[in-house]
Design a protein around this ligand. Structure first.
Ligand code: GRG
Length: 311
């Protein structure tokens, strides 16, 4: 299924370097650099800990590559991808908190509340979330203010109560956090939860690239569906990695989903059917790109990578 020329890994690695450099400069300048007051030192250090030195940077990759397929090659999609990565990093910081998933390890390093403290981790997450919107609204992404507005609104929708945050709420509820003896979720409800918690941001990444690349309505609809299928495949792959990967390969604790009674497709379908489902979703994502020529090969590779990844 996979191409073996290493083009995808090379491109993902090069995007990761660009993202790291851009975000480091942004965070060293105290956010977007437009503020009147300095960022308190401990808060800035916690934000840098959360954002720099790790992560696959798949979401920025998807923004940049989708825009590139449509002929856009300037720096705007990179900055938009960085804004999205800031928001993703906030979600990881808050997800790791004791009140949420209570994790000590993330990207192979101590989580922010372990390296600092809980209050600082909450505030660092808040600051990354707000910075994400500040960066996403910046003119260097896109001269047309209408498109910038659309990006900001779509990001809010993907990340908010009917998107990632809502998905996290459903995830905690399914664990029985709010009512003891919660019955297991039906498969369709698990899919909905996952589309919100994980899929919404990945689908947004592709949609942002489509918007920045001035996709036609038809192209945008196909890309949107590709992003949704990719997001679903990504989450099933994540559920499978929680069962099969080692902590050192993954850079975070494993085996936690079953221990906590999380609503996953592995729990609902069993490991083998979950693997078939993961592969079928990636195949579907690739088939949705049939209207695009070889310029979309890296997006096709991204679907393969999503299901073959080891971390
Ligand atoms: C706390 C509001 C709030 C939301 C949390 C991000 C999230 C929602 C939960 C994280 C739990 C989790 C492991 C979800 C599975 C999918 C996911 C987002 C994995 C992490 O993303 P990767 O693999 O991470 O892209 P890197 O480190 O490569 O950026």
């Amino acid at each position: 299924m996979s191409r073996h020329d290493g083009a995808f890994e090379a491109r993902l690695g090069s995007v990761a370097l660009d993202v790291e450099k851009t975000l480091a400069a942004r965070l060293d300048a105290g956010g977007s650099g437009g503020g009147k007051h300095d960022v308190p030192e401990r808060l800035g250090a916690a934000m840098r800990h959360a954002v720099l030195g790790g992560g696959k940077r798949l979401r920025p990759f998807l923004v940049i590559e989708t825009a590139r397929v449509l002929g856009r090659n300037d720096n705007g999609p990179l900055i938009a991808g960085c804004a999205l990565e800031l928001l993703h990093c906030y979600s990881l910081v808050h997800d790791d908190l004791p009140a949420m998933d209570d994790d000590d390890l993330r990207r192979g390093r101590p989580t922010v509340h372990k390296a600092f403290d809980e209050a600082t981790a909450i505030l660092a997450g808040d600051a990354l979330l707000t910075l994400a919107f500040e960066v996403m609204a910046s003119p260097e992404i896109e001269p047309d203010p209408g498109i910038r507005m659309e990006l900001v609104m779509a990001l809010g929708r993907a990340a908010g109560a009917a998107g990632m945050v809502g998905g996290q709420m459903l995830d905690l509820a399914a664990e029985g956090r709010f009512h003891r003896g919660e019955p297991p979720l039906a498969e369709k409800d698990i899919r909905r939860l996952q589309a919100m918690k994980t899929g919404a941001l990945l689908a947004f990444a592709v949609d942002a690239g489509a918007l920045l690349g001035r996709a036609s309505a038809g192209e945008r609809a196909c890309l949107r569906e590709y992003g949704e299928a990719l997001g679903a495949a990504f989450q099933v792959a994540d559920d499978i990695l929680d069962v099969e990967a080692t902590e050192s390969a993954l850079g975070k604790a494993t085996g936690k989903d079953a221990a906590r009674g999380k609503a996953t497709l592995v729990a609902a379908l069993g490991l083998e059917r979950a693997k078939s489902e993961r592969d079928a979703l990636a195949t579907r994502a690739i088939s949705l790109l049939s209207g695009f020529d070889a310029r979309a090969d890296l997006l096709r590779d991204a679907a393969r990578f999503t299901i073959q990844r080891r971390k």
